[in-house]
Design a protein around this ligand. Structure first.
Ligand SMILES: Cc1ncc(COP(=O)(O)O)c(C=O)c1O
Length: 421
């Protein structure tokens, strides 16, 4: 395999046994679907296994040794994850995925107990929530629901022809209370100008919610420096387990936010009539949490830190440059997103003239190349581009330049099969 930049990708791939398996008549697997879910290194599996074999117990309950060890492991992971994204420990809330994190914020902000966060008046008619046309449904539908519940109005930034947020398409005014947007599009790979979007939101006193699902696994991200109020990401997209997501919230805001799910562990006092709630993050972690997954996510963070997020970003940048080069040279292929690698990550959606994305996905699969096809949970974006479905290759730190070549070659096979070229 060819290597790029300072990363010894051949050595790194040895940590991911699944990457050396074959598929479909002994074709080497070329996994280019990490935007949907990434593969996990042995170090993450080992951490989960060690936890389950030796320390498993319900956390934050009980006085026995295993319960103590489990709680320590869980909180150690929280500290590692907090450090990884520039947060304080009590600013990290564990959820089951990014979707739940975004629902938590959208739901809690719509609760009338959040009124102090909006100058004493609960969200309602006359207020505006702003998103973008680039959003994954996970950062769109919860805001639609919030508007439906409260009477607030949903507005959005449109997109440019190359699939970036069009900052000229919307002026914010004092009615805007929340601006929610994706850090890196899971379709076009466009990286948002976060400082500028934060500046605009601050100018009208709106809160900023960042969907960091496709950025945290691929580049250094520091939520405090970015100045966002809330952010969401998922374990399974960053070499960690599925079933665990993270909500970041600025401490001053989380402490004023009412709970989302209620029940055990998130309370301070309970009588038959009413309850008071624990401080964050426990207030937002009702019930026994997904403990081994949190421990696994802590190990994933330590694994990425050991490589260095700068090295991860540089390696993926080289892959993107090569992919744009190879795909850009294919006649009849249109990239749905920026054609240059500046402020652009490794989600590369494309459309091949005369071949439906699903047919393309099937031929690529026959060649051992695993990509995603469909609308990638971003239907409005596809509508805007006038396509029902696109093909998407999405990269991670373990991919190689040779795998990009395999993708380009497989697209050629599909074009010949369908008689397009
Ligand atoms: C940009 C973005 N936001 C949100 C999500 C939702 O993540 P999850 O399904 O893990 O909750 C995804 C997953 O594809 C995504 O790519």
């Amino acid at each position: 395999m060819t290597t790029a930049t300072a990363l010894d990708v051949t050595a790194l791939r040895a940590d991911f046994p699944i990457l050396s398996r074959t598929v479909r008549d002994d074709k080497p697997l070329v996994y280019l679907d990490s935007g949907a879910t990434s593969q996990r290194p042995l170090q993450v599996l080992d951490a989960e296994r060690d936890f389950l074999l030796n320390h498993n117990a319900a956390v934050h309950r009980g006085a026995h040794q295993l319960a103590e060890e489990a709680t320590d492991a869980y909180e150690h992971a929280r500290a590692a994850i907090a450090g990884f994204v520039g947060a304080a420990v009590d600013e990290i809330v564990f959820t089951k995925n990014a979707t739940e994190s975004l629902n938590l914020v959208a739901y809690a902000l719509g609760d009338d107990r959040s009124a102090p966060l909006f100058g004493g008046k609960a969200l309602g008619e006359g207020d505006t929530i702003v998103v973008t046309e680039l959003e994954h449904h996970a950062n769109l539908v919860p805001w639609q629901e919030l508007c439906r519940r409260t009477g607030a109005t949903l507005r959005w930034y449109g997109i440019t022809d190359d699939g970036r947020i069009d900052l000229d398409s919307l002026e914010l005014d004092e009615s805007v209370k929340v601006v929610a947007f994706t850090h890196q599009s899971n379709v076009t790979g466009a990286v948002a100008d976060v400082p500028e979007l934060v500046r605009r939101a601050r100018a009208v006193d709106a809160y900023v919610v960042l969907d960091a699902c496709q950025s945290v696994p691929h580049m250094p991200v520091d939520f405090a420096s970015l100045g966002v109020d809330f952010a969401a990401f998922s374990g399974h997209k960053m070499l960690g387990p599925s079933g665990v997501g993270v909500l970041y919230g600025r401490a001053a805001l989380l402490s004023q936010l009412p709970p989302f799910l209620t029940g055990g562990s998130m309370i301070e006092t309970v009588t038959m009539e009413s309850s008071t709630y624990a401080l964050p993050p426990q207030r937002f972690e009702a019930g026994v949490p997904m403990t081994s997954q949190v421990v696994g996510l802590g190990a994933a963070v330590e694994y990425l830190e050991k490589i260095g997020m700068d090295v991860v970003a540089a390696h993926e940048h080289d892959l993107v440059v090569h992919a744009l080069d190879r795909l850009g040279a294919i006649d009849g292929l249109r990239i749905v997103g920026p054609r240059d690698a500046q402020m652009r990550g490794g989600a590369i959606a494309f459309d091949v003239e005369g071949i439906h994305a699903h047919d393309l996905g099937q031929i690529l699969d026959d060649e051992g190349v695993a990509i995603r096809v469909g609308h990638h949970c971003a239907w409005p974006l596809h509508r805007q581009f006038g396509v029902q479905a696109s093909a998407r290759a999405s990269l991670a730190v373990y991919n190689t330049l040779d795998e990009i070549d395999a993708l380009a070659d497989a697209i050629g096979v599909a074009q010949r099969f369908f008689g397009e070229r």
